[in-house]
Design a protein around this ligand. Structure first.
Ligand code: SAM
Length: 255
């Protein structure tokens, strides 16, 4: 029976064979790697991935889709029937370095990336399809209008490459927005958990009110003198600070 796509699970199934092949080529899975697909759906990426490797774990929330996958009895496939947002990735990894792949449902893209950020030490790399607008924010640098908290946080721990743009017609049903595939690789000098948490707090405060100056957003937390003494203009706005300057702020606040 044909599966009726569920909006609440962000179901837009890939139907462009060439595009699927390009994604699988970018991932280039090899036997022995800890490959995990988020949201296998009807298996558009799952099956070609499985052809290239001997083991694949998938995480799917929709029980109907899980039942369909189970019926296929695919060799090497392990199915986790759960919400990807509820996963403790450190526990899931069990000492392995995960390679995460997924055509992500639009409603969980950003929160999932934030969770993966906190677990970057358990990750080898991430290849995900997201709304193009989110990818723009991930790769934006100072001066770009998409630059913001997500850019700073993700770039503190990952090297990020936008791999390809994907038009709505590549999916069934077609979404209303453009999509893009992005690769994230943990940086060698990625922040540890404590410093990531500090940076998360500092960027939350700095971007709390984008129109306000840093002096105003950090009122009662940092003095104008403290900011100036560390080379940060109190009259500046958060969007003008680069990662290095946010790290300075982060150190100041956690002193
Ligand atoms: N990989 C398939 C493809 O490319 O055709 C399906 C992609 S579809 C955009 C997103 C998939 O993620 C759906 O199968 C959906 O049921 C699943 N999903 C949605 N929310 C989820 C969640 N919180 N945890 C795990 N899977 C989820």
């Amino acid at each position: 029976m044909k599966h009726q796509a569920r909006k609440r699970f962000g179901q837009n199934f890939l139907q462009d064979a060439q595009l699927i092949e390009r994604i699988v080529q970018c991932v280039a899975p090899q036997a022995g790697q800890a490959l995990v697909e988020i949201g296998p759906g009807l298996g558009a990426i799952t099956l070609p991935l499985l052809e290239q490797t001997n083991a694949l774990e998938v995480v799917e929330i929709d029980r109907d889709l899980i039942a369909k996958l189970e019926r296929r009895e695919l060799q090497g496939l392990t199915i986790h029937s759960t919400d990807a947002l509820s996963i403790d990735w450190g526990e899931f990894a069990k000492g392995r370095q995960l390679r995460i792949v997924g055509n992500l449902p639009y409603n969980i893209g950003t929160p999932l990336l934030i969770k993966l950020l906190e677990s970057h030490q358990h990750i080898q790399d991430i290849h995900v399809m997201l709304q193009k607008e989110v990818v723009d924010r991930l790769i934006a640098t100072v001066g770009n209008r998409s630059y913001g908290r997500l850019s700073v946080l993700m770039q503190s721990c990952f090297d990020i490459d936008a791999l390809m743009s994907v038009p709505p017609e590549a999916f069934d049903p077609a979404p209303k927005v453009q999509s893009a595939v992005v690769k994230l690789t943990p940086k060698k000098d990625a922040l540890d958990v404590q410093r990531t948490t500090a940076l998360s707090q500092v960027t939350r405060i700095a971007f709390a009110n984008k129109r306000k100056t840093l002096r105003n957003n950090f009122k009662n937390k940092l003095t104008e003198q403290q900011l100036e003494a560390n080379g940060i203009n109190p009259q500046a706005r958060a969007e003008t600070l680069d990662l290095a300057q946010f790290l300075v702020l982060s150190n100041l606040l956690s002193l």
